[in-house]
Design a protein around this ligand. Structure first.
Ligand SMILES: Cc1cc2nc3c(=O)[nH]c(=O)nc-3n(C[C@H](O)[C@H](O)[C@H](O)COP(=O)(O)OP(=O)(O)OC[C@H]3O[C@@H](n4cnc5c(N)ncnc54)[C@H](O)[C@@H]3O)c2cc1C
Length: 411
């Protein structure tokens, strides 16, 4: 009995019917995963390849939306299926056997969808949710600035009200896929006289608005995952405020929490199974030390899966997660360090000197530890979150929380 058969045998009749429907859709619209190499890399050597993948992702999202497989737990009136969290779990199990993905936008759909449901007005939900779920609006995250990363609430991008619009001027940085997205979630400073967390507003912005310039940051691979985004007197309607003016920290927290849940939610697929293949290939699968470490990687992957499922079930029900999603993000980052080290130990130093597909996979796994431990909040910040929010430990010493943002010293 395979793992999938085992899962299927516990399906209720309703779940089994949904699984068949999902499988029929996938068989008609996607290629099975076994047709692709387990060592295929998920990065590009130029922006044209990255753009193609982005657009494939958007097209797949549209296909799911048209067949009612996008936003399974969102209301039907907004393009979803009003389903239960198990609909998402079953669809995820089925789709994991096929070579399809919504790519980058799956992350911002996971971040913004529940945030719109919690903080949006009825008009905003009716407008944005169907467009988000169908991929018509592809959102990037315009949060970080050169002087505001971990200390996000210190952000300086300025918005001044002019009638029914805000005029926004400032700079954002590290904005993933901003060169491809047509909408952005933008954090701006609306009231410099208020303490830093209290004068922030959350805006939804059309990336084609006059005054927005996206400058890709070229990486050593030749492609640009990130961008700098410059905003010069960009006019954004007040109607695009998500939540309340000056109270944008609340929707920001929702986005960040959903981001941690998404990153930790097992979207990258199983690394353990590749480590086993690697051990078999290099004849290390009977080495007791390697076997022990493989068992540990299996255990950690399973624990992560169960933890992720618990958190995502709450997110899909729009409930507060039972565990702080920071723990998931931290766990994933730690797993990446362990899997990179183990891959190297299995293959030996020669893996760094060759360029066959397994060696490139190992090198990518090894280097991948850095991005995952920074993006979506660094490991140190996640530990601070856990210490304060989950364990109730005393807060860090802070001297900038009560004074007006404009009086906080900045470099
Ligand atoms: C792969 C990836 C994707 C990203 N995508 C986006 C995106 O789409 N949109 C976006 O807006 N941003 C994005 N970012 C930016 C990311 O959110 C920031 O890099 C991150 O929040 C850290 O901020 P920083 O780079 O300014 O580092 P800093 O905040 O300057 O931190 C520098 C170091 O100091 C440590 N540190 C800082 N404060 C504390 C503290 N209080 N206690 C202990 N240690 C501390 C940090 O842990 C870190 O080691 C992305 C980053 C990566 C790597």
């Amino acid at each position: 009995m395979t793992a999938t058969d085992e899962i299927m045998s516990t399906d209720t009749p309703e779940q089994a019917a949904f699984r068949s429907e999902a499988r029929a859709f996938l068989e008609a619209n996607a290629q099975p995963k076994r047709a692709t190499s387990p060592w295929a890399l998920n990065f590009h050597t130029d922006d044209a390849g990255a753009r193609r993948e982005f657009e494939h992702g958007v097209a797949w999202q549209r296909n799911m939306f048209d067949h009612r497989f996008a936003g399974l737990t969102f209301p039907q009136a907004l393009g979803g299926r009003a389903g239960e969290p198990w609909h998402e779990s079953i669809f995820r199990e089925e789709v994991s056997q096929f070579d399809v993905s919504s790519g980058f936008i799956s992350s911002t759909i996971a971040m913004l969808g529940p945030t719109l449901m919690r903080h949006g007005t009825d008009e905003q939900k009716a407008h944005y949710v169907p467009r988000l779920l169908s991929g018509e609006y592809s959102f990037c995250q315009l949060f970080s600035e050169p002087g505001a990363g971990s200390d996000l609430a210190g952000l300086a991008c300025r918005a001044v009200r002019d009638g029914d619009e805000f005029i926004v001027t400032g700079q954002k940085v590290w904005n993933s896929a901003a060169q491809f997205c047509n909408w952005g979630m933008l954090l701006v400073r609306t009231s410099p006289d208020l303490p830093k967390h209290k004068g922030i507003t959350f805006l939804l912005v059309d990336m084609h608005s006059p005054g927005i310039e996206v400058r890709p940051l070229v990486q050593p691979t030749g492609a640009s995952h990130f961008n700098e985004v410059f905003l010069t007197e960009v006019r954004i309607p007040v109607a695009n405020v998500l939540g309340e003016i000056d109270k944008g920290w609340a929707p920001t927290r929702t986005v960040l929490s959903n981001e941690s849940a998404f990153i930790g939610g097992g979207n990258a697929g199983s690394v353990h199974s590749k480590l086993v293949l690697l051990a078999e290939h290099f004849g290390r699968d009977d080495d007791p030390t390697i076997r022990q470490k493989l068992a540990r990687s299996y255990t950690r992957e399973r624990v992560l899966g169960f933890l992720g499922e618990r958190i995502m079930t709450a997110v899909r029900k729009r409930e507060t997660p039972p565990v702080d999603p920071s723990i998931l993000k931290l766990f994933v980052a730690q797993n990446r360090v362990e899997s990179g080290d183990l891959a190297m130990e299995i293959a030996g130093p020669a893996a760094l000197a060759t360029t066959d597909e397994k060696a490139l996979w190992i090198q990518t796994e090894l280097i991948g530890r850095f991005g995952i431990s920074i993006g979506g909040g660094t490991n140190e910040v996640q530990r601070n979150n856990l210490a304060e929010r989950a364990l109730g430990l005393p807060k860090e010493m802070r001297n900038d929380h009560e004074i007006p943002w404009k009086d906080v010293p900045r470099s």
